[in-house]
Design a protein around this ligand. Sequence first.
Ligand SMILES: Nc1ncnc2c1ncn2[C@@H]1O[C@H](COP(=O)(O)OP(=O)(O)O)[C@@H](O)[C@H]1O
Ligand SMILES: [Mg+2]
Length: 370
Amino acid sequence: MTSASASRGAILVVDDNIDNLNLLRVVLERAGYKVLPALSGEMALKAVTVTLPDLILLDVRMPGMDGYRVCDQLKADPRTRDIPVVFISANHELPDRIAAFDAGGVDYVTKPFCEEEVLVRVRAHVRLTRDRRQLEDMVSVRTAELAASESQLRELSIFLQKVREEDRAHFARELHDELGQNLTAMRIDLNALALALGDADASVRCKLNTIDQMINSTVDATRRICEDLRPGMLDDLGLEAALSSYAKRFASQFGVECDLSMDREDYGLDERLSTAIFRIVQESLTNIARHAHASHAMVSLEDRDDELLLTIADDGCGLVGGATDERKHFGILGMRERVNMLGGRISIDSAPGRGTHIEVYIPRTRGACP
Ligand SMILES: Nc1ncnc2c1ncn2[C@@H]1O[C@H](COP(=O)(O)OP(=O)(O)O)[C@@H](O)[C@H]1O
Ligand SMILES: [Mg+2]
């Protein structure tokens, strides 16, 4: 099926009366339209499969299929349903006109027709149709552009996520190696100094002790920061151990009980999935510590054959108003993005005073690599 491209438009004229047909043809062609003639409803339906007209002038009373039935069929077919149908009929009565609009017609002209009237009506509907088609084309171009930029953004997001993980791992290593080693060296030197000083002044000994304690707490802080940046356990012992250690640390650090349940000892996940799951749990538990005022948190991971179900819940105050303006808060937004990248889905169920319940479904195979 091709689209008619005459400059003023192509009109399919359907009339079983050859004189009427010819008269309409002359009037329309003189006004610059391309005319596609059809002497019956059946011929009209065949004609639209070859060329899509801009408008159909349709006689109502015809042997075989009448105009209403032709119109019904045109409207039932998605390829032709948007072509405007103008009925042209000798029936003047209101019920006839109602039936015509009911069948999907956009206009009704009575015979004997006035040339001028037919032309102004045809012109108005052709212009409307062309404007609508132009708008639809613009919308589909814009939709395609949006889809393309959305997919570029997604790729960028995947790339940034990957770079972020790499940077965090790099900083964790640097901190551990550089700072960690320097601190150890300082502690050894300090101990040597304490020995060399022997029974020195009590105030000097006290100062040395204080420095030693500060070095100890800096070592602890460095270890904690390294773990937050890139949990060594995730790389060395896997997701299961990393989650278990993180949940314990969370409970002791924030005084919120945290139950962790995993229905497998080893989920056999690659680095991409392990990192994503760990980061989602990390973000959710951090939120619980910061916002929930909860006494109990729960994390569970379930293997559901082709997908994993990760649940994080708390018995805290719940999200204020049931939802938050995520544009200003990037934690939940980041979680959504991560889940999207994995081809999964996330649901957050929460109401004031009823705690927060987050469910994340992650397919084992599909999705892009963060
Ligand atoms: N478990 C929770 N309980 C109560 N409120 C929460 C919880 N998690 C998130 N919120 C609310 O949702 C908001 C958005 O969270 P998030 O996107 O992580 O941003 P941020 O933690 O930086 O504020 C938080 O500011 C908080 O008001
Ligand atoms: Mg947060």
